[in-house]
Design a protein around this ligand. Structure first.
Ligand code: ATP
Ligand code: MG
Length: 482
């Protein structure tokens, strides 16, 4: 028997590798492209005929333009996060929830094994780098990542039915546990490319508002909290009655009464993401639909100041028309045309989302995508909205956020000053009943202005503000009576 020394072994290996490279170079150089393709294709088929393994790939992005990141890919990623960090040797680290800890996932071209009911399988993460020589401005944006699952032919049935379901379920659970809640906003249509095809960009959502810190009528508050709890537990119920699992809220009231804070409190309470939809930058209904499709479940979709976002109100359009007519009548034809041109130009640039597009968004066929979703509209002028928008069924619940009363003040005093009672509370109680002051104003006055300020000074500042507000409220009330 011949024994090779280590040196000889290296020489043999080296020369074999050399031969392979020469053959490969000749193959590429002398065999025409068509035949090469042909050989590679049938080579693959031949190999897979011989191989006892089945491979399934899961792409990060599908070919469908409408679809965003593939859900299956995301759940597998989450599943592998919980598995691969123990087995894989090359890991990618990302900041985890709340930036406190790192979350590890498999790096590209890494392989891990998994076991399911005694069956062994292999997961690998790969990417396709496009061969094109074009230079892109955003490197990496064309790379296509995918996961590959390999297992023995024998277990086809088990894997495709039970195992993959198990992966998806566990992945979803891990995803929800690990996710850092996000605040999304829609990109302007011309800078979509920055976000790998996604029409939303996001930041971490960290608003501290909760229902405890929200000053409002306690009965109303409880009603809203109960409503949210019922909603979040009603998946089966919505299915039974044949409705999309979503709920619409209309928050209305003067500025500074806590509408935006309420939305943050809702999202924090239900552990949902927020999608802040800026309608004025949405070009048209088609774009609205694209945005809608990418909204995941467990989210609050917010359209703030709906009356300002769109020319939705019949009244306002009429006002515009009559204004134009007036201008014409006055004979200032030149000025009028100039104004008109300007308006047309502005109109071209402004959003073309229509009321019907928006209604479709709320309760049309498109609204059912995603599920488990709150849609919240806010406005300062509820009376100016088109009745089509505010009718029951569209906005399931109308919530009025109004001026601060004594109950509200007590919540704020507890939050801001840690006070449950104080001799000055009585004076404040009396003044509160007679004045209209927003919670934002009360809050502002309760904040210590300098380091040395104590509770008494803050309360006195509030009393002064209340007295000023009282003077302002009185003439207003008289005017309205007249
Ligand atoms: N009901 C409230 N409870 C506690 N804090 C409040 C409340 N309302 C307002 N505030 C305080 O006032 C600030 C402004 O409130 P917020 O932005 O929620 O008002 P808004 O109703 O959304 O106003 P706008 O109509 O101008 O958007 C908040 O930062 C919050 O601290
Ligand atoms: Mg607001």
């Amino acid at each position: 028997m011949m024994m090779m020394t280590t040196g000889e072994l290296w020489t043999t290996l080296g020369s074999t590798a050399g031969t392979i490279m020469v053959v490969w170079a000749m193959f590429r150089q002398y065999i025409p492209y068509d035949i090469r393709e042909y050989l590679i294709k049938y080579g693959h088929q031949f190999m897979s005929f011989l191989s006892p393994y089945i491979e399934i790939t899961f792409q990060e992005y599908t070919d469908d333009f409408f679809e965003g990141r593939n859900n299956v890919y995301t759940t597998i990623e989450a599943y592998l996060i919980s598995h691969s960090s123990n087995f894989a040797k090359r890991l990618k680290a990302d900041a985890g929830p709340n930036d406190r800890n790192l979350v590890f996932s498999m790096d590209d071209y890494e392989e891990v094994t998994d076991e399911f009911q005694g069956v062994k399988l292999w997961w690998s993460s790969n990417k396709n780098v496009p061969m094109s020589s074009s230079i892109t401005f955003y490197p990496g944006s064309d790379e296509k990542r995918y996961y590959k699952l390999k297992f023995h032919k024998r277990h086809r049935e088990l894997i495709t039915s039970s195992y993959l379901n198990h992966v998806r379920e566990e992945g979803k659970a891990v995803g929800v546990r690990n996710r850092q809640r996000k605040l999304y906003t829609n990109n302007k249509s011309d800078d979509w490319y920055r976000y790998r095809g996604s029409v939303w960009s996001h930041v971490v959502f960290e608003h501290p508002a909760t229902f405890q810190t929200l000053a409002m009528d306690p009965v109303k508050k409880k009603e809203i909290v109960d409503d949210l709890i019922t909603f979040s537990k009603s998946k089966e119920y919505y299915k039974k009655i044949g409705k999309a699992w979503k709920r619409g809220y209309l928050l209305y009231g003067p500025p500074g009464t806590g509408k935006s804070s309420m939305i943050a409190a809702m999202a924090n309470f239900l552990d949902y993401d927020i999608y802040d939809l800026e309608l004025t930058t949405v070009k048209d209904n088609t774009e609205l639909r694209k945005l809608l499709i990418e909204i995941s479940s467990k989210s609050v979709v917010v359209i703030e100041d709906i009356d300002c976002s769109l020319d939705l109100t019949g009244q306002r359009r009429d006002k515009k028309k009559s204004k134009e007519e007036k201008e014409k009548k006055e004979g200032e034809a030149e000025v009028a045309t100039a104004i008109k041109k300007e308006k047309e130009k502005a109109k071209d640039e402004e959003s073309k989302v229509t009321l019907s597009g928006l209604l479709n968004f709320i309760d049309g066929l498109w609204s059912a995508c995603g599920g488990e979703r709150l849609i919240v509209f806010t406005t300062n002028h509820v009376d100016q909205l088109d009745p089509a928008l505010t009718r029951r069924g569209r906005m399931d619940k109308h919530i009025e956020m109004s001026y601060c009363n004594y109950e509200g003040f007590k919540v704020l005093a507890k939050n801001y000053l840690d006070l449950e009672s104080h001799p000055l509370f009585n004076t404040i109680h009396g003044l509160m009943d007679e004045t209209q002051i927003t919670p934002a104003d009360v809050a502002e006055n309760l904040m210590p202005k300098s380091l040395g300020d104590n509770c008494k000074e803050c309360l006195e500042a509030l009393i002064r503000a209340l007295q000023v507000a009282k003077k302002e409220t009185k003439p207003k009330a008289e005017n309205t009576e007249e």
